[in-house]
Design a binder for this molecule. Structure first.
Ligand SMILES: *Cc1c(COP(=O)(O)O)cnc(C)c1O
Length: 380
């Protein structure tokens, strides 16, 4: 069924849904790959259900570009990829509680180490010591949440290098300000990382060396990197004014359930924070903060109907949102309203919505609730 038409059912286009464009996802990946150049290994980040898009489909679509592997945040996410049949390297980028090491090792998930404490615990979790267990080494150059301290190489590198049980498959750091207009802080971190890399005698030749998330990969250069780990840009997020624009990947739409004409003075929503200033026409749309539409868009954000911007009025409820359609001719129940994405040539970008409510698009995407079916349009 064409979602832009009025047909109603209880299928994915019945009430409210997320439309995802796989070609845009691939085109964004190609931008990252081209910028990385020949030999740059790309490890798409698919943590948090691929930023809320749905990891199963994302991995299936991205596999057509033969990425080196996939990056996740948790052991559970790694196991899910194994269950989906992924045989490429799966790398975990967040510190993991020690009780989960054994499962990670058993399924060949590559953990990132930040301390000798973790190293010893992981060595203890390896049952089959005949094959070295691959790990990545995270280095802290300023992010602070994890990583071996860059300033104390001599304290941690010899024991890591000399481990009989583990083998170093990767070395990486994380930039804290890669999407800030001023690249100064990132350049400092990259310099520290490059200097550290030069001091590591005995680093295996095949190790992945990487610093860049989406913004880093598109805006900054690291002389020693041979890999990159993009996320947000793939999914249609902007990563800085001087970086290329991504193709939008996600549209969030919902259907009008009710249309009413109200006299001046009619109050709307919890707290009655909106009051009709004249005779107005309101459309009650079947989506709310329970679907992940940010509640802070109430009385502030906009939606698109027939390519026109209409204001979101009153507070957003858990299951319903009202837009003022006074200036749009003859709206019928069942029409589709777009809250994120494009409609008939008009656009409300993911990052615009994030700016309006004072957050980042990452939080908007990962906050889209399971109540919204993910509909993959136009399979390539
Ligand atoms: C999530 C994550 C990324 C991807 O970052 P984006 O800004 O989404 O491109 C890269 N590296 C690490 C360690 C991450 O946790």
């Amino acid at each position: 069924m064409d979602p832009s038409r009025g047909g109603i059912d209880t299928g994915p286009y019945g009430r409210a849904w997320v439309e995802i464009n796989p070609e845009a996802l691939l085109n964004n990946l190609d931008v990252i790959s081209r910028r990385g150049g020949e030999g740059m290994r790309v490890v798409p980040m698919v943590k948090a259900d691929a930023y809320g898009l749905g990891v199963e489909e994302v991995v299936r679509v991205l596999a057509s570009r033969d990425p080196y592997g996939f990056g996740v945040a948790t052991v559970e996410e790694g196991l899910q990829l194994r269950t989906l049949g992924v045989t490429r390297p799966i790398m975990i980028y967040s510190p993991v509680p020690p009780g989960q090491y054994r499962a990670a090792v058993k399924h060949g998930l590559i953990l990132s180490l930040s301390s000798l404490y973790e190293m010893r615990a992981l060595e203890g979790a390896v049952e089959d010591a005949s094959r070295p267990c691959p790990v990545q080494i995270e280095v802290d150059t300023g992010m602070g949440r994890a990583g071996f301290p860059a300033g104390d190489v001599d304290g941690w590198w010899p024991p890591v290098r000399d481990s009989k049980v583990l083998s170093v498959a990767g070395l990486w750091t994380h930039l804290h300000s890669a999407d800030e207009p001023d690249p100064g802080a990132s350049r400092k971190q990259i310099k520290a990382f490059e200097a550290l890399w030069r001091r590591l005698d005995g680093l295996p030749g095949g190790a992945l060396i990487h610093v860049a998330n989406s913004a880093g990969g598109l805006r900054l250069d690291c002389e020693v990197a041979n890999a990159t780990r993009p996320g947000y840009f793939l999914y249609g997020g902007r990563v800085g004014d001087d970086a290329p624009d991504p193709e939008p990947v996600v549209d969030v739409r919902a259907r009008v359930a009710l249309v009413r004409q109200v006299p001046a003075g009619t109050t709307l929503g919890y707290g009655a924070t909106y009051r009709a200033r004249r005779t107005e026409r309101w459309a009650t749309v079947a989506i709310g903060y329970g679907d992940g539409l940010p509640r802070a868009l109430g009385n502030r954000g906009h939606a698109l109907m027939r390519g026109r911007r209409v204001p979101i009025i009153g507070r957003i409820s858990m299951d319903a949102t009202v837009v003022d359609i006074t200036d749009v001719a003859a709206v019928e129940p069942g029409e589709a309203v777009t809250f994120i994405g494009s409609d008939a040539g008009a656009q409300i970008a993911l990052d615009e919505v994030a700016d309006t409510v004072g957050t980042i698009g990452y939080e908007i995407l990962t906050g889209l609730s399971p109540r919204l079916p993910r509909v993959w349009a136009r399979q390539p």
